[in-house]
Design a protein around this ligand. Structure first.
Ligand SMILES: Cc1ncc(COP(=O)(O)O)c(C=O)c1O
Length: 387
């Protein structure tokens, strides 16, 4: 057997310093001024970047006939699946389709933005392999970035609220990243939040926050990629596209492109009670059924926020639906059980929202609805997948 000492590696001084800073409360006298970014919803600046950086439809598909260069080739070009068994069980009359993002290399829709944000930053000369990348995330962007960093050779630090699953943490650690946890209850701009910690670390360590909340590469990955795929897979026939919203990058990018390609398509946003992303503002106040209030903690991961990310253009959303935790997790289990699709927690919110929208608006036989299923059961084996 190898001697034990062979396996004890010295801690990288950058990581040692990051760990030390996570334990220290922010002290402006020592660290200088650090501010959380000013997220304002979609504005002229991001609109300009978005238009400038679009590369048009990303072509290529899954290269299954050839050997891939790396797992980066396994991001995007995900399948669409008919949810006809689920629809039959729940007495849904319209055609129900799903865009199944768990088939991305890292297991979620966020692999797309991780790849795109890194590629854009490399193209502009902002980063090069060996640099330190730091990101505040609810986990899936983290997994995507850790995967891209592992392949391309970046040092990756992830700032992650405590609520997010241990499965995501283990995945990111195995990909070589350092994970620093922050309190779930911290407001987004509080000095103990994951967003604030990422800003402190970037300043102290000379790292780069690509910042999914305001990086045009986030909605662009969906505008040039996800939406083009959906339009092609649906052969231009789609009446309703239903998506959950976290940063809003998926919503903004998919909705903008689908509205260009498929005239008349309506976009439905799903937002959990507790979050304030839905409009008009009063719909966020409280769930009449469960009593879940605005800005109170909820369990579903990856969607909903207490601020409006810059990459979220709420103008593109035609209808909002609010959902509760209990219906989301029940829906997850129903999707797994009836469709054999091993999807994650936010997919339950999306489908619960879709179901309510379809029933309340009596969307019938001649209509086609699609939902975007963002991630995989792998992230939640100890959570809603565990009885
Ligand atoms: C599980 C899950 N679902 C949905 C989303 C929402 O995606 P977006 O940030 O593009 O709104 C995320 C984002 O992290 C997520 O992790």
């Amino acid at each position: 057997m190898m001697p034990q000492s062979r396996f004890i590696a010295a801690v990288d001084p950058v990581i040692a310093r990051a760990r030390e800073m996570q334990k220290m409360t922010y002290d402006p006298a020592k660290e200088g001024e650090v501010k959380a970014p000013n997220y304002v919803g979609w504005d002229a600046e991001i609109d300009g970047d978005f238009k400038k950086l679009s590369v048009g439809a990303i072509k290529g598909g899954r290269p299954y006939e050839k050997i891939c260069d790396s797992a980066l080739d396994l991001i995007g070009f995900t399948p669409m699946v008919r949810m006809s068994r689920f629809a039959k069980f729940f007495d849904v009359e319209c055609e129900l389709l799903s865009k199944v993002e768990l088939f991305n290399a890292g297991g979620s829709v966020k692999d797309r933005i991780a790849k795109r944000m890194v590629e854009e930053a490399e193209k502009s000369g902002r980063i090069k392999p060996g640099d330190i990348l730091i990101e505040a995330t609810s986990g899936n962007t983290g997994v995507g970035l850790c995967l891209v960093s592992a392949i391309k050779g970046y040092k990756q630090i992830i700032c992650l609220p405590q609520k997010m699953s241990g499965e995501k943490v283990n995945t990111m650690k195995c990909l070589g990243a350092e994970i620093l946890r922050t309190p779930t209850e911290a407001a987004w701009d509080a000095e103990d939040s994951h967003i604030f910690l990422s800003a402190r670390l970037a300043k102290d360590l000379g790292g780069h926050v690509l910042d999914q909340y305001k990086n045009a590469g986030n909605p662009l990955a969906h505008y040039d990629g996800t939406a083009e795929e959906i339009a092609e897979q649906c052969e231009g026939k789609l009446d309703y596209m239903i998506m959950s919203t976290g940063t809003g990058g998926t919503m903004t990018g998919v909705a903008k492109k689908l509205k260009e390609l498929i005239p008349g398509v309506q976009v439905v946003g799903v937002d959990p009670y507790g979050s304030i992303l839905a409009e008009p503002a009063h719909v966020n106040d409280k769930s009449n059924r469960t009593g879940q209030e605005k800005l109170s903690a909820y369990q579903v991961e990856g969607i909903g926020y207490d601020f409006i990310p810059t990459v979220l253009d709420r103008e593109v959303v035609d209808h909002w639906v609010k959902t509760d935790d209990d219906e989301a997790f029940a829906m997850c289990r129903a999707i797994v059980r009836h469709e054999g699709l091993l999807i994650g927690g936010s997919c339950g919110s999306t489908v619960a929202g879709a179901y309510r929208f379809i029933k309340e608006n009596k969307i019938g036989k001649d209509k086609r609805c699609a939902v975007l299923l963002a991630d995989s059961s792998r992230n939640y084996m100890s959570k809603f997948m565990d009885d």
